[in-house]
Design a binder for this molecule. Structure first.
Ligand SMILES: N[C@@H](CCC(=O)N[C@@H](CS)C(=O)NCC(=O)O)C(=O)O
Length: 198
């Protein structure tokens, strides 16, 4: 039996990628278990026994504990590190970005990408609501980052990590980052921080 933490995920999913980025950056030993959603692998009885929501990413430990929800996983892995500074107010500000990402960014930017990449829709046929809200999310980030290097605090945190995954993939969803220089510079900084090729 493998005594390492297992991460169930799909490398095409930003939600899964951010967990991988964190585990790799923090040097957390793990076994990556590729899960094919399209083949129904998140809906098998054995997977549903671990996560009744039938979703990845999912982390499982040898003692039987499991943890779902990418941002909960990020918070857990990052505890005690510079990715999640100890100051309670700064942590709350970071949490605010994590919640915003899940409610106001990912459901639009990632789902528009899903329509294009997985459903094969042309850019012009994306759901207009996804486009409007996705553009608004990216505009908010651009405005915020115009006067800052990082989303919160003085360095790279899980707020940046959580937003990086789908923001750098936004062009695959038809979103143009060229008129957003602060966002592009932030993506490049984040990629450098986690040792990712741009
Ligand atoms: N809020 C969740 C979202 C997880 C999620 O939507 N995962 C997708 C892949 S990106 C999934 O597993 N979908 C399969 C399904 O719902 O059947 C998180 O951040 O972990």
């Amino acid at each position: 039996m493998n005594a390492q933490m297992r991460i169930y995920g799909d490398l095409r999913s930003g939600n899964c990628l951010k967990v991988k980025y964190a585990a790799d950056l923090l040097g957390v030993p793990h076994e990556w278990i590729a899960v094919d959603i399209a083949a129904g692998e998140t809906r098998t009885p054995s997977f549903l026994a671990m996560n009744p929501a039938g979703q990845i990413p999912l982390v499982a430990w040898p003692d039987g504990r499991v943890l779902a929800q990418s941002n909960a996983i990020l918070r857990y892995l990052a505890r005690g590190t510079t990715l999640l500074p100890a100051d309670p107010f700064l942590q709350a500000k970071i949490d605010a970005w994590l919640f915003w990402a899940q409610y106001s960014h990912e459901p639009y930017v990632a789902v528009a990408r899903f329509e294009m990449v997985y459903l094969g829709k042309p850019k012009a046929e994306r759901d207009p609501r996804l486009v409007t809200r996705g553009e608004a999310a990216l505009d908010l980030m651009e405005a915020h980052l115009a006067s800052r290097l990082w989303l919160e605090g003085g360095g790279f945190t899980i707020a940046d990590l959580a937003l990086l995954a789908y923001t750098r993939l936004a062009p695959e969803g038809g979103f143009d980052l060229s008129p957003r220089p602060a966002l592009r510079a932030w993506i490049a900084r984040c990629e450098q921080a986690i040792g990712l090729e741009s």
